[in-house]
Design a protein around this ligand. Structure first.
Ligand code: GUN
Ligand code: FE
Length: 446
């Protein structure tokens, strides 16, 4: 199959590549086999040949291709709570609302319904890859795996491990370290057996919820398991004053140091939030090539801090963006992009007019722009996961969305923009789900 399309991608931070009437050839494995641009020697011949064969699909005028979004931090079971309970501290929110909601996934009919809605809505919003925390339940987590396979979303899924009797309620806790570790291994085995599609479109993830929720034995066992199975690891780290302080008080060391000691900080680790990383933590994260899932919207409500995104990028950390459903009240990755820009601007300039300008914020060079956020939401997230997604490049999976800038019910209003940059910025800042006409994962319409 070959697509004739115009569009945009951000293959590197600071680089926007504009495709104009490009021919994108997609192989049976869903990977991009070739990209031809007008002016290339073979362009006219390839175009004519595909037309004659009837294998050329042409995107309409005014419709632009973007790489699919990579949501680097989603709590799948929290979708029913999106937009609710945003006014209490993290530790209260977990105990009062979140753990009781997650406990409901013992009910498989509820799980099927909730996960079906979530995956459909995320795909409709252009999220082609999601890194999911599920619940501690084996059966419900298998339903999430099955749902992603059925609907065609690329997904990385972890059974949550949480067994610390002082941090987790009796009604929602792994019974023992052995149960947490065996349950994690069982889910890995299930994914590897069932997602046996050659393309590994659904992958298993070792998922200690966060250090406060896990006993030492569980953290040790999961570190060992991650080394044995070579799969991804996800957790929360250095999120809020309370969480960061809890780990310091328990171990006399930061989340990053402790994750590293437990063997949970490697090339395929994604740590959500990371607001309180010290200089030394950033260096450890960089050396291990671990990634940060920056969740700007969630951090506004629960973290009491803003992640120093630009500093982390300039140090060379892998960073992607996460909605943190339902810590953040939006499931749409473009909202997350917009929030990342806004948070960075507030970090830079500060917000309290009672202070002198020089003392209001961190000062120069904390801001990022919307195109950098777009890079992080696509190629940055793909790189963080070490997966070939997020770019229009040969060998990368064709995970993409088509944005219809003229959709009547959409929210993009183009006036006389003729330059590509203006069209891209309007898409990034003003598009809504109603502007997303088509979404592909691995070359397949979903
Ligand atoms: N820390 C531990 N669990 C959670 C969660 O579900 N959401 C957020 N934002 N932080 C957490
Ligand atoms: Fe989270």
């Amino acid at each position: 199959r070959t697509l004739l399309a115009s569009g945009f991608h951000a293959p590197d931070r600071g680089t926007i590549d504009v495709l104009e009437d490009a021919l994108i050839a997609i192989g049976a494995d869903g990977a991009i086999e070739a990209i031809h641009r007008p002016g290339d020697a073979v362009y006219d011949d390839v175009r004519a040949a595909r037309l004659a064969e009837g294998t050329l699909k042409t995107l309409p005028q005014g419709t632009y291709l973007l790489p699919g979004f990579v949501d680097l931090h989603v709590h799948a079971p929290q979708y029913p709570q999106l937009g609710l309970a945003l006014d209490v501290p993290l530790e209260v929110w977990l105990q009062t609302y979140t753990f009781p909601l997650e406990a409901r996934y013992a009910d498989l009919a509820f799980s099927r319904r909730s996960y079906g809605l979530l995956v459909a809505d995320l795909l409709a919003g252009g999220t082609t890859t999601a890194l999911y925390f599920a619940t501690l339940h084996q059966d419900a987590t298998r339903i999430l795996v099955d749902t992603c396979l059925e609907r065609g979303q690329r997904a990385l899924i972890g059974k949550v491990a949480m067994d610390h009797p002082e941090s987790c309620p009796d009604t929602y806790r792994d019974a023992s370290p052995e149960a947490a570790i065996a349950g994690t291994r069982a889910l890995i085995d299930y994914v590897r057996a069932h997602a046996d599609n050659g393309e590994a479109r659904v992958l298993p993830v070792v998922t200690p919820r966060f250090i406060p929720a896990c006993t030492d034995a569980t953290l040790e066992g999961l570190g060992q398991l991650a080394a044995d199975c070579g799969c991804h690891v996800q957790t929360h780290g250095s999120e809020s004053d309370w969480e960061h302080g809890h780990v310091l008080a328990r171990f006399g060391a930061t989340d990053t140091t402790m994750l590293d000691r437990f063997g949970l900080l490697g090339r395929r680790t994604v740590m959500a939030h990371a607001n309180f990383l010290t200089e030394a933590d950033m260096e450890t994260t960089r050396l291990r090539q671990a990634a940060v899932a920056h969740c700007p919207l969630s951090n506004i409500y629960f973290a009491n801090a803003v992640f120093p995104l630009r500093a982390a990028l300039e140090k060379g950390l892998h960073v992607g963006l996460g909605t943190d459903i339902s810590g953040g009240p939006s499931a749409f990755m473009l909202d997350t992009c917009r929030s990342a820009v806004q948070a960075s601007r507030m970090l830079e300039s500060g917000v309290d007019p009672a202070r002198p300008p020089a003392e209001r914020g961190t000062g120069p060079a904390a801001r990022i722009d919307i195109r950098t956020a777009f890079h992080l939401a696509t190629a940055g997230g793909g790189d963080a996961l070490d997966l070939p997604v997020g770019r229009f490049a040969v060998g990368y999976q064709f995970d993409a969305l088509a944005v219809d800038t003229q959709a009547e019910r959409g929210t993009i209003r183009l006036f006389d923009e003729t330059d590509a940059g203006g069209i891209l910025d309007k898409i990034l800042y003003t598009a809504s789900t109603a502007n997303i006409a088509t979404v592909w994962v691995g070359g397949r319409g979903v």
